[in-house]
Structures are given as structure tokens and as C-alpha cells.
Design a protein around this ligand. Structure first.
Ligand code: MLT
Length: 239
């Protein structure tokens, strides 16, 4: 059995993930936001690689049921109804709606992972349910790929830490598990921190969010197992 981690989706070529079980992680904040929106009753989330693409995708959908959401440098995109804060994804704002979401790193990573089957959306917020599902995929297929969104085309601490925790949670009882170098490094990171909060709070993404007065999103994202949903990305939409 084998688990590969990609610390950003940059090196992935079209076809690399075809037919492989994939987990996409962007803890601060896109995948936490997607999990929260779906747990609070959103019909679907459509990830867009850019804000222009989000506007185009939304214009092809029925206006009534669509909400445009997204950020640039963590701040809500002008003209969009919502930003990328999981705290904005309340039932009142999203229930029954299709959210078209454009973020700097997270939604491009989701779009890059499209060839996977299945593509699961993961975060601390749905960790236990995600680990169960990922473990079942590993058992069935003999392999799993974890794609971290990273930050500005670079390694992101909070995503790699989550990848490490996920590997630790699903490897129990498995005798022979091959890990690529990034997966080994992700597991080694676990011991550097006392827990989720410390790992997330120390990250560059957390610093950027604090500067944008969005520091509360870090505490939100660090609270593990808020939700039991495991969103799946297929046919260009996450449900
Ligand atoms: C991203 O996709 O880059 C993020 O989730 C950044 C953010 O929302 O602050």
C-alpha cells in the first residue's frame, strides 16, 4: 500500500491523478469553507480557478439559487456576495444554494485534482469522517494521494500537518505502507506541535488572516470534527 503527498498541486500533470483516490486539503481556508457550506445545507459548491471563471460559471446557472464567493489575499472579492470565511457559510446564507467559489490556492488545487476518482474534500472540520472514507479507499485501491493546496505555489504548514495527521489516522494496523518523501515529512511534522491549534496558528496563512482581521477563522478551522460530511468533487461540482 502506498500514500503520496503533493505539497502543492504544481507538479501535477493532466492524467497523473486519473482514476486514483485523492484527498484535497486547504485548511486555511478553502476546504474548511467547502465542508462548512455543505454541512450547512448548500446544494453544491463549484470551485473556479479564477474569479473571472467564477463569474462565467455563475452566469450559466439560474440566478436565484447561486451565490458567488471568494477571496484575493484573504479579502472578499469586490462584487461577490460572500468571501471565503467558513464563518460566513451559515445555513441562512447557503442552504439550498449553489456556491461558486474562487480562492487563491484552494479552488485551483481542487480544479487540478479533477481527474481523481473519488476526489474528497478534507479539513480538520471533517477529520474523523474523512479518515474513515480515506482508509476505505486505501484498503480497496492499495493507494491514496493527498494534494495540499499550499500557499502562493509554496509549501503550507497547516496543509502538510493535516496530511500527516491523516496518514497517522489511517495507517493504524497496516503493516506495509510506502510513503513518498513529502508524506514522510508530513508525518514527521506531527511531533513539532502540541495539536491542531498550535500547528495552524503558527502558519504564514494564519498571519495573513490576522492581518486581514480574520484571525477567528483560524480558531474555527482548528476545531476538529465539527461536521460528519465528506464532500466529493465530481462532474465539476462538490456535493
Ligand atoms: C486559498 O485558497 O488560498 C485560501 O483559502 C486563502 C484564504 O482564504 O485566505
Amino acid at each position: 500500500m502506498k500514500i503520496d503527498v503533493h505539497v502543492t498541486p504544481l507538479g501535477l500533470l493532466a492524467g497523473d491523478l486519473a482514476g486514483r483516490g485523492v484527498v484535497v486539503v486547504d485548511v486555511l481556508r478553502a476546504t474548511t469553507t467547502v465542508v462548512t457550506a455543505l454541512a450547512n445545507g448548500a446544494k453544491a459548491v463549484i470551485p473556479a480557478a479564477t474569479s473571472e471563471e467564477a463569474v462565467r460559471l455563475a452566469s450559466n446557472l439560474e440566478k436565484d439559487g447561486v451565490v458567488l464567493a471568494g477571496e484575493r489575499r484573504s479579502v472578499k472579492i469586490e462584487g461577490f456576495a460572500l468571501g471565503n470565511s467558513p464563518r460566513e457559510m451559515t445555513a441562512a446564507a447557503v442552504a439550498g444554494k449553489t456556491i461558486v467559489l474562487a480562492t487563491t490556492n484552494g479552488t485551483p488545487a481542487l480544479v487540478a485534482a479533477q481527474g481523481g476518482d473519488p476526489v474528497l474534500v478534507g479539513a480538520p472540520a471533517n477529520f474523523k469522517a474523512l479518515a474513515e472514507r480515506a482508509r476505505a479507499i486505501l484498503a480497496q485501491r492499495g493507494e491514496l494521494v493527498i494534494v495540499c493546496a499550499g500557499r502562493e505555489k509554496q509549501f503550507a504548514l497547516e496543509d502538510a500537518y493535516t496530511a500527516g495527521r491523516l496518514i497517522k489516522a489511517i495507517r493504524k494496523g497496516i503493516r506495509k505502507l510506502a510513503l513518498n518523501d513529502a508524506a514522510r515529512a508530513s508525518v514527521a511534522l506531527i511531533d513539532e506541535f502540541a495539536g491542531w491549534e498550535e500547528a495552524l496558528e503558527g502558519s504564514e496563512a494564519a498571519r495573513q488572516l490576522a492581518e486581514a482581521d480574520l484571525g477567528e477563522d483560524v480558531a474555527f478551522a482548528a476545531r476538529v470534527d465539527r461536521f460528519g460530511v465528506v464532500p466529493v468533487y465530481a462532474d465539476r461540482r462538490i456535493t
